[in-house]
Unconditional design. Structure first.
Length: 78
């Protein structure tokens, strides 16, 4: 159960970061062709950092799960 909560939190962190990156353009507060507003730059940096953090954490978690499964399989053959 704890693993599901953790994975859900990481996925939400990743998706929230992606939303922050897309929001200035999806919502329309960054006019097309104009110089980026300070809010847009902030959303891009913070959203990119959150999305990257969530993605890296998910990859590390998946690698750990695969390592544990491989370890269990190795011990089962003995």
């Amino acid at each position: 159960m704890r693993a599901k909560v953790g994975i859900t939190a990481l996925v939400l962190l990743f998706l929230g970061g992606l939303w922050l990156v897309a929001a200035p353009f999806a919502v329309g507060y960054q006019p097309r062709g104009d110089e980026y507003a300070d809010a847009t730059v902030n959303d891009l940096w913070v959203g990119g950092a959150l999305a990257a953090l969530g993605f890296v954490a998910l990859v590390i978690y998946a690698a750990d799960v695969l390592r544990e499964l491989a370890s269990r399989g190795k011990h089962a053959d003995v």
